[in-house]
Write a protein that binds this ligand. Structure first.
Ligand SMILES: Nc1ncnc2c1ncn2[C@@H]1O[C@H](COP(=O)(O)OP(=O)(O)OP(=O)(O)O)[C@@H](O)[C@H]1O
Length: 426
């Protein structure tokens, strides 16, 4: 992880750099804020640690400019002269902490450990919308609030695409919104179980394991041991499992002390239109275009469908419809229920030499084939990997390369967004 240290006092800069030598931090240490800005312009950093008083520019000004370049940057301000108003200003600019000088190295290292967790496993966005108008979701919300009072492990049981991981994020936000959070597909766990460094990173936060039905017996045993280990006891465990799938007995004993059922979308029709509008708005934002509204005819169509693929199916449908929507309204969903019959849609590549365009088209096609492979295997990662002739890890890696969430088990392919306006391939 990359850390930029800005401190004009040579001896102190050397001391801090030496303290981090051999750690996970790759440190670039500079004395001059202008040099720091040049470094920030040329590469992203995870963390900026800066002194308040610097030659030619204050640490606060540096923070302001650095966050403009990298809004997700984590920031620590250090100073021997920290006036309360400087500290308040630093916090307003998004600094994560203030270290009054002199500080001992242990405090510095402990603070960086905390930031490392937030960088590696950032807490979910606290403003992420949560739709729960229907009686079934109201009951689930009440259960989540009860569960939030403890750190008991929780298993979310439901149909694929129903929102099990969304419920895990909701529970995390109710329990400890600022703590680290990580979601992993259970199928990617090998016989050695979860990486102990990951568990340490997550201390005080949550780990969600999706698709518990895919755990191998060896991975289940290692997972059970990890949950009981020192690091495992310091985090909240959550898992997602298919509606009907049995749980490995060892895992059921440890992880399944509280099992919450996530209702299928057809059991919460009161939420359907709110979800559709939300997903449409999110897809439009991603595409950088205004969000169209849903006409009555389109709403009726949504209400009449049975949603075997749940919210995930709705998300894919809405995204695909948006690609071809003209004007400010969606009148109908032409391929609702078509599933795999929907045509393969590829965004046009940027005009240029043929070789380059072919590469871009092949990459878009690969993304869609990966999505379809997952959908055809009904979200079963190992089965999809086998059908595609890949190992589970390679498949997970390729999905990650394409920015496809590992838990994305869309029921039908959707065109990848490109910088050129997407159009249907002739
Ligand atoms: N109550 C809700 N409010 C807002 N968005 C929701 C809600 N439930 C689900 N979603 C959205 O629906 C999509 C699918 O949810 P999620 O990924 O949690 O499903 P899942 O059951 O874990 O599915 P799978 O494991 O098959 O991917 C996500 O984009 C999620 O944010």
């Amino acid at each position: 992880m990359d850390l930029l240290l800005v401190e004009d006092k040579d001896s102190f800069r050397r001391l801090l750099s030496q303290a981090l030598a051999g750690s996970l931090w790759k440190v670039q240490a500079v004395a001059d804020p202008q040099e720091a800005l040049r470094a920030l312009e040329s590469q992203p950093f995870h963390v900026l640690v800066t002194d308040l008083r610097l030659p030619g520019m204050s640490g606060l000004e540096l923070i302001r400019r650095a966050r403009r370049l990298h809004p997700g940057l984590r920031v620590v301000l250090m100073s021997a002269f920290g006036e309360p108003r400087d500290i308040v200003e630093a916090m307003r600019l998004g600094a994560d902490d203030f270290l009054p000088k002199p500080f001992d190295l242990d405090a510095f290292l402990a603070l960086l450990d905390r930031l490392r967790a937030l960088v590696g496993a950032p807490p979910p966005d606290p403003t992420e919308p949560w739709i729960a108008h229907s009686p079934a979701m109201q009951a689930l919300e009440a259960a989540l609030r009860q569960a939030a009072a403890s750190t008991l492990p929780v298993v979310f049981r439901g149909e694929r695409g129903s929102g099990r991981e969304r419920c895990a994020r909701r529970l995390h936000a109710l329990r400890h919104p600022a703590a680290p959070y990580l979601s992993l597909p259970a199928a990617t766990l090998g016989p050695e179980g979860p990486d102990p460094r990951t568990l340490q990173l997550l201390e005080g936060g949550s780990l969600y394991l999706g698709g518990l039905e895919h755990l191998t017996t060896a991975a289940a045993g290692a997972l059970a041991r990890a949950m009981e280990g020192e690091a495992g006891r310091r985090l909240a465990w959550m898992g997602g499992v298919d509606a009907e799938a049995p749980l490995d007995p060892g895992i059921a004993q440890r992880l399944g002390s509280l099992e919450l059922r996530v209702p299928a979308l057809r059991e919460r029709r009161e939420d359907l239109l709110a979800l559709a509008r939300l997903l449409l708005e999110q897809a439009a934002r991603r595409e950088g275009r205004p969000s169209p509204w849903l006409e009555r005819s389109a709403e009726r169509q949504l209400l009449e469908h049975d949603w075997p693929g749940n919210v995930r199916e709705l998300e894919v449908l809405v995204g695909r419809t948006l690609l071809f929507a003209e004007g400010h309204a969606v009148r109908r969903f032409p391929d609702l229920g078509l599933g795999q019959e929907a045509p393969l849609c590829l965004p046009w590549p940027e005009p240029g030499p043929l070789e380059g365009m072919l590469k871009a088209v092949a990459r878009s096609a690969e993304a869609q084939l990966l999505r379809r492979g997952l959908a055809e295997a009904e979200g079963d990662l190992p089965r999809a990997a086998e059908a595609l002739g890949l190992t589970v890890r390679t498949l997970a890696q390729r999905l990650r390369d394409h920015g496809i969430p590992l838990e994305d088990r869309a029921s039908s392919p959707i065109a990848e967004g490109g910088s050129a306006p997407p159009r249907k391939a002739p």
